[in-house]
Design a binder for this molecule. Structure first.
Ligand SMILES: Nc1nc2c(ncn2[C@@H]2O[C@H](COP(=O)(O)OP(=O)(O)OP(=O)(O)O)[C@@H](O)[C@H]2O)c(=O)[nH]1
Length: 186
């Protein structure tokens, strides 16, 4: 739930016949996830720091080469939110300069135990210029969207052309994200 997950992407060319262009499809096999965006298969290799956050030298090795990083906190746990600033400082120092970062406030389904307001996540994300949304691994809320947004951004960068269409990951996330129901807002 908390900590950091990273992703590196490879573009595999055309989508298979069965996945319609413009409609994302997913194939999760172990820690690889294939997201088809606009007819291009983006293979994400995903890893998770899995409780090793205390061993900083280990986590540096994980994220040094990542193309994207998902920073997760738990909306029911203040210290997980407070840790995010430390992560962002570390990333600034050790990660790739142009790494795609996304801030996620997880456990949005347990509104009764919420201690971090959505606005607090939004404010932090704005300060660092990163996209933000709340997620629930339990209900699936915004989970696929997080991977889709990253896949779109990495595909956009890989296939960028001066006269091609532009893509803004923050605008995309803002337009697509679901918000938890009204009653979960503090
Ligand atoms: N209600 C709810 N529970 C969740 C959600 N996501 C994870 N959990 C639960 O939270 C607990 C901790 O999840 P983990 O994924 O192990 O958390 P973690 O912080 O990554 O832990 P480490 O892998 O040890 O770093 C588990 O019992 C999960 O089932 C969620 O979105 N909603």
């Amino acid at each position: 739930v908390t900590g950091m997950s990273g992703a590196a992407a490879t573009l595999d060319g055309e989508a298979p016949e069965h996945s319609p262009p413009c409609s994302p499809s997913y194939d999760v096999t172990g820690k690889n996830k294939v997201v088809t965006v606009d007819g291009v298969r983006v293979k994400l290799q995903i890893w998770d720091t899995a409780g090793q956050e205390r061993f900083r030298s280990v986590t540096h090795a994980y994220y040094r080469d990542a193309q994207a990083l998902l920073l997760l906190y738990d909306i029911t746990n203040k210290s997980s939110f407070d840790n995010i600033r430390a992560w962002l400082t570390e990333i600034h120092e050790y990660a790739q300069r142009d790494v795609v970062i996304m801030l996620l406030g997880n456990k949005a389904d347990v509104s009764s135990e919420r201690v971090i307001r959505s606005e607090d996540g939004e404010t932090l994300a704005r300060e660092y210029g990163v996209p933000f949304m709340e997620t629930s691994a339990k209900t699936g809320m915004n989970v696929e969207l997080a991977f889709l947004a990253i896949a779109k951004e990495l595909k956009y960068r890989a296939l960028w052309q001066p006269d091609g269409p532009s893509f803004q990951i923050r605008d995309f996330v803002e337009s697509q994200k679901k918000r938890p129901s009204c009653c979960s807002v503090l």
